[in-house]
Design a binder for this molecule. Structure first.
Ligand code: GCU
Length: 670
């Protein structure tokens, strides 16, 4: 039975014998010139992969000499690799010769090996190969929101992977498998601790533990980063202030940075959540975000490390619109950040909702490199219970046109630096991993880790192709089942949106961000109620962000405003994001707002029943353990989809005073 531990690196024996034999003829040896730890990882991974896929041990030799029929791994420099960027790879093969996997760096070779293995895992031809891959984004990171006590903020797959209490003496072999999985996607950095950071991570005790993890990740081309607690100089340094302009504070950070680099020479840098949701920051000392970020950049100046400063800010003010906050605070600082600073922006203006418009910061900070923060962990998309394939969420944002430099100025082009010629590019995914045997709780959520990594490398890949690859590598190669499962994946997000937050609703949550609580009209903060977001009243529903309301739309270019600012033509998925719409208003579907809402809630919940039926059809094609696990989760999802539907409908009905439309109404009980 398959417990899901091996993720998409299963390397099960290829059942198609002629195909397997053809592969084997081209993979009689692995020739490796070079001895670096990364090259060694590459050769070992290839050997492990071939052992599984072909069922034989392929020897690693030092030099191919005149031999043909093997795989040659080279860190090359000549004309061959001229078109490659630093971490790019090239696969080439000709009949009667060898397969070459080349890169300009050892990491490039490692990524090439995984690309070659992917060819075999998905049943592609490997003769006449001519395939090159260059990452479009330079820093491709996972962000772990993990705490010292092993808990994970918004983690749904067990505890933290990092066993701080065992480190540095005991090194869980799982750390290496984690690194392999990330390297297979091209992820080259990981922030190991929560953005709501504990200062303890900067103590000598913890730096030593973190350094031990860094030693495991290094041979896989992965650098370690830390989230920092801004007042650390006070909390663990004994200083009276954490004012970023104070000379003693600057010195403290410089010394601390030196201490880190002594143990971790390739340390990646700092991630900072400051003056956000109550976390302290430079504003506590009447300084701004740039002052804070630049102070850390200065500490990192002697090293190859960066500062990732988050733009997730908003005020507890019932009259302001949270949507506008990051743009208001950050755009005036454009041009003031040190060259080592990148500002990390969540994909949407609020907080990882199942559907959000893109953050209006994208495109509006031409002089400051901006990075993308996506949430892989399913905080708002059903935890590890609901099956939501996230690639369409990521793609939707990346492909949206900001119009800041005319048509075609997509968010992706902001992030990959091509629009404003950013000197630095980065992307981050909030991780969904934990100590569950299958890493992600719901084994279908492995696809979200996979898809995030693949898109971080190349945002032009399609959601369908990524799903197809993942299914073949992870679940089955039986064509009908592959199709059924990818189809399910592709529809899963819209189904979730339909029963959870249709037509542009958002944030109907209680504190745990799971249970429906659209009726939550009071909270510790006025902007943490549900009604702050959906604005239901006797007239209608939705947040007016046009000129008659908060005018958040004015933060976008006129072309974008034009798409969204007219309630008659605003696409329905965004309608209630931007408009307060009367219950009785006829929409483009021919139904009134109320009837359309009910239709979405009901068909959404019913569609989970459809998902269950589709999944039942693949039983013979997938592993029984995974099949049973997903079957159980879908049953829960169905129950909870009905819970969502009923909560929303019954609550909104208290305002709309409309009956549930006939097709969905239960007959009266007699
Ligand atoms: C969300 C999440 C928090 C998290 C925050 C952040 O609001 O619920 O747990 O700390 O995002 O991204 O900083």
């Amino acid at each position: 039975a398959d417990d899901g531990y091996r993720l998409w690196l299963k390397y099960n024996l290829i059942k198609d014998v002629p195909k397997r034999e053809a592969y084997a003829r081209s993979a009689q040896f692995i020739a490796l010139t070079g001895t670096s730890p990364i090259l060694k990882s590459a050769a070992e991974e290839l050997q492990t992969g071939l052992q599984g896929l072909l069922g034989k041990t392929v020897p690693i030799i030092a030099n191919a000499g005149n031999r043909t029929g093997g795989i040659v791994l080279t860190n090359a420099s000549g004309a061959d690799v001229q078109t490659l960027t630093k971490e790019g790879y090239k696969l080439a093969s000709r009949k009667g010769s060898n397969i070459t996997v080349s890169g300009k760096t050892d990491s490039g070779v490692l990524y090439g090996v995984f690309a070659l293995l992917r060819q075999l895992q998905t049943g592609q031809a490997i003769d006449n190969l001519s395939l090159a891959g260059n990452p479009k984004i330079q820093y491709r990171l996972l962000n772990h929101w993990d705490n010292t006590n092993g808990t994970i903020e918004r983690g749904y797959a067990g505890e933290s992977l990092w066993k701080w209490y065992e480190l540095p003496a005991t090194v869980d072999p799982r750390y290496r498998d984690y690194a392999r999985a990330n390297a297979s996607l091209g992820i080259n950095g990981t922030v190991v601790n929560n953005v709501n950071a504990s200062a303890r991570f900067l103590t000598a005790e913890y730096i030593e533990k973190v350094a031990t993890l860094a030693n495991v990740f290094r041979p896989y081309g992965i650098r370690i980063y830390l989230s920092v607690y801004f007042p650390a100089p006070k909390v663990i340094g004994g200083l009276k202030t954490a004012d970023p302009l104070d000379p003693e504070v600057k010195k403290w950070w410089a010394d601390k940075t030196n201490e880190i680099y002594k143990l971790i020479p390739d340390f990646g840098g700092f991630l900072v959540k400051a003056n956000s949701e109550g976390e302290p920051g430079p504003q506590d000392y009447r300084r701004n975000h740039a002052d804070g970020a630049n102070m850390l950049a200065e500490a990192l100046a002697p090293y190859d490390g960066i500062v990732m400063w988050r733009a997730f800010v908003y005020k507890a003010d019932p009259k302001s619109d949270r949507f506008k906050a990051a743009h208001e605070e950050f755009t005036p600082l454009d041009g003031q950040f040190d060259k080592k600073v990148i500002v990390q922006v969540k994909n949407g203006p609020i907080d990882f909702q199942p559907r959000e418009p893109f953050s209006p910061l994208f495109g509006n900070m031409p002089k400051t490199p901006l990075s993308m923060e996506f949430q892989v962990t399913q905080e708002y998309t059903g935890f590890a219970t609901h099956w939501v394939y996230e690639a369409p969420i990521f793609k939707e944002c990346l492909e949206t046109d900001t119009y800041v430099k005319g048509k075609g100025s997509t968010v992706a082009k902001v992030i990959d630096g091509s629009l404003h010629q950013y000197t630095m590019t980065a992307i981050a995914g909030v991780a969904n991993t934990g100590t569950d045997r299958n890493w992600t709780g719901n084994s279908m959520a492995q696809a979200n880790w996979y898809a995030y990594g693949r898109l971080a490398w190349d945002h032009t890949l399609s959601s369908e192709n990524i799903a197809d690859e993942w299914v073949k590598m992870t679940l089955t190669s039986e064509p009908k089942a592959v199709k059924t499962i990818t189809d399910l994946m592709m529809r899963s997000r819209e189904i979730y949106v339909d029963y959870n937050t249709p037509l542009g609703l958002s944030r109907p949550w209680s504190g745990v961000h799971f249970a429906p609580e659209p009726w939550q009209e009071k909270s510790v903060r006025p902007d943490w109620t549900a009604i702050y977001y959906h604005r239901a009243d006797s007239i209608g529903l939705g947040f007016d962000r046009t000129a008659t309301g908060s005018n958040a739309l004015a933060q976008y270019r006129p072309e974008v405003q034009k798409q969204w600012n007219n309630p008659e033509t605003c696409p329905l998925p965004y309608l209630l994001w931007f408009h307060h719409v009367p219950w009785t208003k006829k929409l483009s579907t021919g139904r009134t707002l109320w009837d359309e809402l009910c239709t979405r809630f009901y068909t959404g919940a019913d569609s989970v029943g459809w998902m269950q039926k589709q999944w039942a059809q693949v039983e013979s094609a997938v592993d029984p353990v995974i099949f049973a696990d997903v079957t159980g989760r879908l049953a829960t999802q169905h129950k909870e989809a009905i819970w969502w539907r009923d909560s929303w409908v019954l609550y909104l009905q208290t305002y709309s005073k409309q009956p549930i439309p006939a097709p969905f109404k239960k007959p009266d009980r007699t």
